[in-house]
Design a binder for this molecule. Structure first.
Ligand code: NAP
Ligand code: HSE
Length: 434
């Protein structure tokens, strides 16, 4: 399939990801022409600062600070929104769709908060919006859900969706290093969002699980309806003590459909048994485990962040954009369902790991046990770790199955006890049973 037409691409943003796309499309021009089914031309890129030094060489004539030079240029067919953020990115995405462009995006933040509006606009304009790079970097998970596993209903989707956090947790565990040290390397490698809190506090993974939830369940779940906790509170000791329970700490994003039909979306550091393949996915790699009612379980692993992995996904979308421009139907609609019922914290249960510091004296354990008993929480394993000569000790315990609601109340009561000198820190023990 080669129409002879040259398709012109405009870039909104020329940072880490866009430079990867530019580099690979330039370097593999001929093979890309054959595989994409058409000739492409890198027409123009909009940036904030034209004078900034970039790793790829771009003639100054192809750079602009005015995004509308791209959007209003009738000779540009495809607009790649690779600038990030939500305000300006939304405005420009909608404007590009209205101008009849096919839009390709890696921007999970704008899709999570404005996906319904963007897809509605694309439908209204008879255009197309492709977003493979928005979830799990180089893993083609959007295609997997929309095409390969179309026959399935999903009771549980979970995995590692933030490369930066996985990179930090892996290296903390291997090198006994603090997360601040490793964050610097993650920045240098281009994994980290411009706003680092998106990664560290779990919001980036929440944006991605919202997109997977939309594809799997046909409804948009805002981050305000999720349980979201990042990795800031994790200590090196947690990684070491997790081993005593044959587990590893990972930041897990999940969308679970309970038996009563309610949905529960979450992002939190979790203990995963070492026997789970996802627990053994390290560094910048992501993993997505899908439990489909027809296929059973499938697990998809690959680089979740970084220039080349993400460029691979963007180029796949450019290929779909070309096919669409050459007459193939757009793969964009998912049956939009009514507002989902989200599970309450009392409907969601599991086992928990708790860690807190106490005064090391008689009666303390009895007091703690009575607080837990009041919430009907049963202790499974308990370790006391003496960490210095201050007369204090760490209590590390796991519980039998209890609810999120009960743990929340127990932690509030524990933190108000005079003998407990640190906020109880909770790590969920992830239940991958469906
Ligand atoms: P980046 O390196 O920070 O690049 C952003 C680019 O956008 C820069 O070229 C910047 O211009 C330009 N820009 C930002 N605001 C602008 C504005 N208001 N007007 C004009 N230009 C503007 O970001 P990135 O890492 O490539 O990420 C781009 C998108 O991909 C984000 O949505 C991100 O979440 C997503 N993503 C990133 C990765 C990754 O591994 N990095 C992976 C998957 C998805 P200057 O160069 O002049 O500053
Ligand atoms: N900051 C993101 C991550 C980039 O670390 O996963 C990929 O979406």
């Amino acid at each position: 399939m080669d129409s002879g037409k040259i398709f012109r691409i405009g870039f909104l943003g020329m940072g880490t990801v866009a430079q990867g796309v530019w580099k690979h499309l330039q370097a593999n021009r001929e093979i890309m022409r054959q595989r994409l089914g058409g000739e492409i031309e890198l027409a123009k890129a909009c940036v904030r600062d034209i004078s900034k030094r970039r790793a790829v060489e771009i003639p100054e004539s192809k750079l602009t600070q005015d995004p509308y030079e791209i959007i209003n240029d009738p000779s540009i067919d495809i607009v790649c929104e690779l600038m990030g953020g939500t305000g300006k990115a939304l405005e420009l995405t909608l404007a590009a769709l209205r101008a009849g462009k096919v839009v390709v995006s890696a921007n999970k933040a704008v899709i999570c908060s404005h996906g319904a509006e963007i897809f509605a606009e694309a439908r209204k304009c008879g255009g197309a919006y492709f977003f493979e790079a928005s979830v799990a970097g180089g893993i083609p998970i959007i295609k997997v859900l929309r095409e390969g596993l179309i026959a399935n209903r999903f009771s549980l989707i979970y995995g590692i969706l933030n490369g930066t956090c996985n990179y930090i947790l892996t290296r903390m565990e291997r090198e006994n290093a603090t997360y601040e040290t490793i964050l610097k390397d993650a920045r240098r490698l281009g994994y980290v969002e411009a706003d680092e809190s998106l990664d560290i506090d779990g919001w980036d993974a929440a944006h991605k699980i919202a997109i997977l939830a939309y594809l799997a369940h046909g409804c948009w779940i805002g981050t305000d309806k999720m349980l979201v906790t990042g990795i800031r509170g994790i200590r090196l000791e947690d990684m070491i003590w997790a081993r005593d329970f044959n587990c590893r700490v990972k930041l897990i994003a999940a969308i679970r459909k309970l038996e009563n039909g309610a949905l529960f979306a979450s992002v939190y550091p979790a203990l995963l048994p070492l026997t789970d393949v996802v627990a053994n996915v390290n560094e910048v790699y992501n993993a997505v485990s899908l439990n489909g009612d027809v296929v059973g379980r499938t697990v998809h692993i690959g680089r979740g962040a970084g220039q080349d992995a993400t460029a691979s996904a963007v180029i796949a979308d450019i290929s779909d954009a070309l096919k669409y421009l050459l007459g193939a139907p757009a793969q964009m609609s998912v049956a939009d369902l009514a507002e989902p019922r989200m599970a309450t914290l009392d409907e969601v249960d599991g086992d928990f790991y708790l860690r807190f510091e106490v005064e090391d004296k008689a009666g303390v354990l009895a007091t703690i046990a009575s607080v837990l008993a009041k919430e009907d929480i049963s202790i499974k394993l308990l370790h006391q770790r003496k960490h210095d000569s201050s007369g204090k000790a760490w209590i590390v315990m796991t519980t039998h199955k209890t609810t999120e609601g009960a743990i929340k109340k127990a932690c509030q009561s524990l933190s108000s006890l005079p003998v407990v000198s640190s906020e109880p820190f909770v790590i969920r023990i992830f239940d991958s049973q469906v």
